[in-house]
Design a protein around this ligand. Sequence first.
Ligand code: ADP
Length: 400
Amino acid sequence: MKILVINSGSSSIKYQLLDMDTESVMVTGLVERIGEAQGSLVNKTFPGTDKQTVTELDQPIPNHSEGLRLSIELICGGDNAVCSIKDIDAVGHRVVAGGEKFCAPVMVKDDMWPDLKETERLAPLHNPANLGGAKDAMELFPDVPHVLVFDTAFHSTIPPHAFMYALPYECYEKDNIRRYGAHGTSHKFVAGECARLIGKPAEETNIITIHLGNGASMAAVENGKCVDTSMGLTPLEGLVMGTRSGDIDPAVHNYLAVNRGMSIADIDTMLNKESGLKGLCGMNDMRDIHAAIEKGDKHAELALGVQTYRNRKYVSSYMGVLGRVDAIVFTAGIGENDAIVRQKSLEGLENFGVKIDEEVNNQRAKAPLKISADDSLVEIWVIPTNEELAIARETKSIVE
Ligand code: ADP
């Protein structure tokens, strides 16, 4: 079975074609700067193998539909075609927010669109593009099943005492304000991989998953089910991220409005785009931050300290939530690559049975790596996330 996975953003499309009989990647692609004067498309067939070919296009790409059409032309036509269009059995789409109605992946049916439209207000920056991309793909592939895989779905098992905010109840009832979380596909994938690696059934395993990329979130997974996560109504809550503040006192809004005359929209932009690591030290890439610390940059050192302290606070609170923890997993760009962040995020938790092996932690690996010390009560793992494979697996299971 061949499955095309599409992640359609506001001005970009990421895609992968996977052969699900072997779970191997046949094609990866990235369309960027859609709608701008000059767009780009990079299509790689059989990436990382000796059959790899790379095709790059630089031309105006007026809309997502055209971006997708060009991509399909490269996948299924020309010298480097990997299959014909009729060989593609299903399409899986990443959708950021599913709200309370979409708690699991679904095969798209015509009568779902009004409910899907309603989810857009929960993720106005992402869902319209995700769903618009699905509509475009359905026109190009009218005869195959299209499956929507929601980032929030894994968090739908979080109980009310963890997802409710202590606001007037009508905020939940009338306005759907609650914690939904994000990155669920990634948390689910690495929690599943971790259970397999430690040799226990997922239903008997308690895991803390830490997704540290530009966006960052943590999840507490009890007996295979998510029971808490750090992101909230939107992906702004929780950990310190590249440009997002994570947790702050909600009264900061009023304080800034009164004292600086800022509008709600300006404050929202500041918290989402000008805060986090970037706000503290002017940089949001951890590699730059470490280089700056080496040169004695105090702001960079502070940013690392604030970020890793927040991580540690969340890890220890999720240890309390779970009562017993089998494993802690680091994943995504920072989680997979940054030994210093991993070490500082778990520093001081030795008396709770969390002990990193510093030497192994400093090793670089593209595959899962156990980084806990032999006498650590909790296993600590670095597990590369693979959201495309996770979406393809979900799509396959729905289609079958
Ligand atoms: P997203 O998908 O949220 O954009 P990623 O998971 O790709 O993010 O992570 C991107 C971040 O990972 C970069 O901003 C950078 O901070 C961090 N990163 C990537 N490679 C490294 C590395 N070798 N060392 C430290 N941090 C890294």
